[in-house]
Design a protein around this ligand. Structure first.
Ligand SMILES: Nc1nc2c(ncn2[C@@H]2O[C@H](COP(=O)(O)OP(=O)(O)OP(=O)(O)O)[C@@H](O)[C@H]2O)c(=O)[nH]1
Ligand SMILES: [Zn+2]
Length: 395
């Protein structure tokens, strides 16, 4: 039986051959004679011109569930070796202390050194390839001093946590938007808008997935007229306290709870996430008006399409607090997760899941599922969110 031929096979092979020739020519040309590379602009698909990305665009059999052709694999391997060689060459000296990436711009980044000073460092394209990931704000990097005295990022150090979302152009690919966060404050509000536990759960799962510790901020408590003990919105937070998630009741308007929030954030690299209108900007303003003004200026130019940076930025707030912010960071979300992985973030399911008939139970359609039975008895309030997230992930 002969394999079914993809009608595009021949043109694909021709494209692969052309690219392979281009790659060989690239490898044979001395580095200094190469034409200057275009700045990487991750938001602009037209700027994605590297050979690897051209290979990615080819309709190889991988798209149809098969394996990428051997020829392409070999070519990619060769390219990676070339790029690593480029990374290692030159009269460069590695700086001993790691630096932290503050903001990324086209082809370079601002980094903070151990003594608190900031410098601009070149960001070689080859680094992203060699390290299989793009550099993100919050990343710890090693710098090298190049022959002409300029600094360049030489190595990306392992991340302790990350916030990510799918790449807008290659949906199967992860784009890390912030790294090494110590803490995320999930901001919600009472009354305007009403506290949404569903949204809260989504944020908590996404943060846990990235390894970011989370705490809950409930803003606008000044809007509660009656007794707080009797308040149904506040009562819905008990389940999170039971799970060990700290809950801060604050009011950006009156200043209530702001000092204790400051104490929790002291010395940490943190992010504020939450639905629009809950008062993230107002809470940041209550914490530090100067930092809030700096964030506001960037947000405004972003909305008017005048943004000069494509990434988030670290802002210094009083008491050694550092906040990563940009309008885009608030849109980080969930992607690519199996039902088993998702269920693991609902740790309260563990106590009953042992009673499910199937060990690989997804707690959805299976008969004799102890989790859905407990949910039906009203014992697992987050079960509805679990199902909704699962549905949105296509699981
Ligand atoms: N009553 C009351 N209103 C508040 C409080 N904090 C913020 N607000 C109001 O809530 C609205 C939204 O506040 P923002 O700080 O802009 O909310 P945000 O979460 O930053 O919104 P986005 O910029 O859309 O993400 C504004 O009208 C604020 O005046 C508060 O503690 N109490
Ligand atoms: Zn089950």
């Amino acid at each position: 039986m002969s394999p079914v031929r993809d009608p595009q096979d021949r043109s694909v092979r021709r494209q692969q051959r052309d690219l392979a020739v281009a790659a060989r020519e690239k490898a044979a040309t001395p580095p200094q004679a190469r034409p200057p590379e275009a700045d990487p602009t991750p938001e602009d698909p037209a700027a994605r011109t590297s050979l690897e990305e051209e290979f990615e665009r080819l309709p190889t059999r991988e798209r149809h569930g098969g394996r990428r052709s051997e020829q392409v694999q070999r070519q990619l391997g060769r390219l990676r070796v070339d790029e690593r060689r480029e990374l290692a060459q030159g009269d460069s000296a590695l700086l001993a202390d790691p630096a932290t990436v503050i903001v990324l711009t086209r082809g370079q980044c601002e980094v903070e050194l151990g003594d608190g000073s900031t410098v601009i460092a070149h960001l070689p394209k080859a680094l992203a390839l060699a390290q299989q990931t793009e550099v993100a704000v919050g990343d710890r990097v090693l710098l090298e001093r190049r022959a002409a005295g300029a600094l360049a990022v030489a190595r990306l150090l392992p991340r302790s946590s990350r916030l990510s979302r799918p790449d807008p152009f290659y949906l199967h690919r992860e784009r890390v938007i912030a790294a090494n966060l110590d803490l995320a404050m999930v901001v919600t509000s009472v009354r305007k808008p009403l506290l949404s536990t569903g949204l809260l759960d989504r944020f908590l799962v996404a943060l846990a997935h990235g390894g970011v510790p989370a705490e809950i901020v409930v803003n606008k408590v000044d809007l509660i007229d009656g007794s707080r003990d009797q308040d149904p919105e506040l009562a819905s937070l008990e389940q999170y306290r039971a799970l060990g998630v700290p809950v801060h009741l604050v009011s950006a308007s009156t200043g209530e709870g702001i000092e204790s929030l400051r104490e929790s954030l002291a010395g940490k690299l943190a992010v504020f996430v939450g639905h629009s209108g809950v008062g993230k900007s107002s809470v940041l303003n209550a914490l530090d008006p100067e930092a809030a003004a700096a964030v506001g200026a960037v947000s405004e130019s972003w909305q008017k399409g005048r943004h000069t940076t494509t990434s988030a930025r670290i802002y210094k707030v009083a008491r050694g607090i550092r906040i990563i912010d940009t309008p885009g960071i608030r849109e980080f979300g969930l992607w690519k997760m199996s039902p088993r992985e998702l269920a693991a973030y609902f740790e309260e399911f563990d106590a009953v899941a042992g009673g499910c008939r199937f060990t690989d139970c997804t707690h959805t359609h299976e008969p004799h599922c102890a989790v859905s039975a407990a949910a039906a008895r009203g014992e697992l309030p987050r079960y509805a969110t679990y199902l909704r997230i699962l549905e949105s992930l296509g699981g």
